[in-house]
Design a protein around this ligand. Sequence first.
Ligand code: SF4
Ligand code: SF4
Length: 244
Amino acid sequence: MTTNESAPTAFQTARTLLKEIQEKFTVFGDCQPLAIGIDKQLIAQMPDVSRRVLRMALGMHTNSLRYLKSMEKATVRFNLDGTEADAVTDEHRAHATATLKERFKKINIEVELGFTAEQAAQEVQRCLNCDIQTVFTARLCIECDACLDVCPVDCLTITANGTETELRARLKAPANNLQQPLLISLPLPQTRRVMVKDEDLCVHCGLCAERCPTAAWDMQKSHIHWPQAQDQSCGAPAKGSKIA
Ligand code: SF4
Ligand code: SF4
């Protein structure tokens, strides 16, 4: 069993800050092209913010699919208060297009080369990002389908609830591995349908969380805890048992 990490990493802190900024400033919430020097405008409004965390948050925002897609077609940049700033240059539009093209080209790229067939078979048994989990909060989902569109392996489906057999056959990519339980959410607020995820296919790329406008999908780090001698002395479960 796993639990989420209690102390936030710099990545999580930056992500929390970004959510705060997106809620507070419409230019961020709507992913409008940002004025050059927007960091200084933010610091003026949030003087106590850590410059390092802010840089990370801005990097996440401006490298997100939504922002890059917005930049591809943009003609003008915006200040933090929503007033118009400089024009978007052809060069910046072309950069956004090239970045998106490169990103989608890399989705199927091999990350390790040089294995024999036997070694490759062994390697694919392990997850390269197994401590980062997708976490879904049904009450936040507005059923916009953005996560379904972006998932590179079609492991997400929003559908009417049903028996497991019915659901398995109804998924975008039918879930044929019966050993792997499906994630089935609570009823979604708008239509009472459910979000179903086939964990067997998920590659933990995080694109669903990056794309989700409401943070219904989130990527969270988790730990597996094994009892140690110190835990035993504190009244932890008996030797050899696992605790969450
Ligand atoms: S993490 Fe990637 S593969 Fe997994 S559900 Fe999200 S988009 Fe799909
Ligand atoms: S999880 Fe997020 S991206 Fe997916 S349908 Fe719900 S609101 Fe849209």
